[in-house]
Design a protein around this ligand. Structure first.
Ligand code: NAD
Length: 301
């Protein structure tokens, strides 16, 4: 199965390298050519354009920042869809929206172009280790056909077919939204507790031992609390994109999301304060700055 991989950033760089290292015949493209280096070192071929990357591919994978860029790469001038041979499969692993994929599907259907949405969770660490969670929306037969690729990039136990077209995007957006809401709530709780005089390590251990514990508190917060790592592997600009898309999705299905909307505003405030490239956990820094403290503790031995 020949694969073309487009978008080789913080996530796609690792994912494409893992495919190449697994021996998958691979053509890669990114507007920043140097981002192909890791995949090329493992045998991938760097294409001159997105269109030339897909010319001989059976499967086209995209891992791009925003829905607008996904649409431009697929349907814009010199776009990928027109360059794909008939009866091929496009898998969008970006965190995007069904509307864009639907427009591609509608335009490609006459030539037998099939589409899966397959966004991922697991941060850059999961992309690097090939242990991502992958949430796939689309036809079961296409999911099965692409399964060997998903199993290279993700943890086979957590590669899930979650429903029809668009279901993968919806699951992914709700995962992120729940994580973002929890992040803001945890930042508040830790900051208030420390300002009230509790040692951060004691507070953290107490919360982890309580019914209020979460994977985010117990695991994902540790690099920040022990080493000041706000996870620049996922830029706050993209986190704001995701929380905005989640609130848009809620609006489109007519469900009020007061808590999610507040979290979205906090994330936007952090982006305004610290810049587009600040890490996705920078909203915690807002609380640290307001309180005049840094939430830091010793790593457990
Ligand atoms: P990134 O910005 O690091 O990488 C995106 C890449 O796309 C860049 O290398 C950029 O040069 C390239 N690109 C932009 N426009 C292009 C075009 N027209 N043609 C070809 N290449 C183009 O982003 P990322 O962190 O790798 O995230 C990619 C997607 O995965 C996003 O939708 C994001 O929301 C999602 N995601 C990210 C993480 C994470 O931890 N970083 C985790 C899960 C999901």
């Amino acid at each position: 199965m020949k694969v073309a991989f487009i978008g080789l950033g913080n996530m796609g760089g690792h994912m494409s390298r893992n495919l190449a290292a697994a021996g998958v015949p691979l053509a890669v493209f990114d507007t920043v050519a140097a981002r192909a280096d890791a995949a090329v070192a493992h045998g991938a071929v760097l294409a001159e354009s997105a269109a030339s990357a897909v010319a001989e591919a059976d499967v086209v994978v995209t891992m791009l920042p925003t829905p607008a860029i996904v649409e431009d790469v697929l349907l814009g001038a010199g776009g990928v869809l027109a360059a794909m041979p008939e009866d091929r499969l496009w898998i969008d692993m970006s965190t995007s929206v069904p509307e864009v994929a639907e427009r591609v599907r509608a335009r490609g259907a006459a030539r037998g172009i099939r589409v899966l949405d397959a966004p991922v969770s697991g941060m850059t660490k999961g992309a690097d280790s090939g242990m991502l969670q992958i949430f796939v929306g689309g036809d079961a037969a296409d999911f099965e056909a692409a399964r060997p690729l998903f199993d290279v990039m993700g943890d086979p136990e957590r590669v899930l077919h979650v429903g029809g077209h668009g279901a993968g995007y919806a699951v992914k957006l709700m995962i992120n939204q729940l994580w973002f809401v929890q992040l803001v709530a945890i930042a508040e709780a830790l900051t208030v507790g420390v300002k009230a005089g509790v040692d951060l390590g004691v507070l953290h251990r107490s919360l982890v031992a309580s019914p209020a514990n979460s994977v985010l508190l117990e695991r994902d917060f540790l690099p920040l609390l022990t080493a000041g790592d706000y996870d620049e592997g996922f830029a706050i600009a993209l986190a704001c994109k995701d929380t905005g898309l989640a609130v848009d999705l809620a609006r489109s299905v007519k469900v009020p999301v007061e808590v999610g909307a507040v979290a979205e505003q906090v994330f936007r405030r952090a982006r305004a304060a610290y810049g587009d490239l600040a890490g996705e956990m920078s909203p915690v820094k807002l609380y640290e700055d307001i309180a005049g403290i840094e939430l830091r503790m010793e790593a457990a031995a």
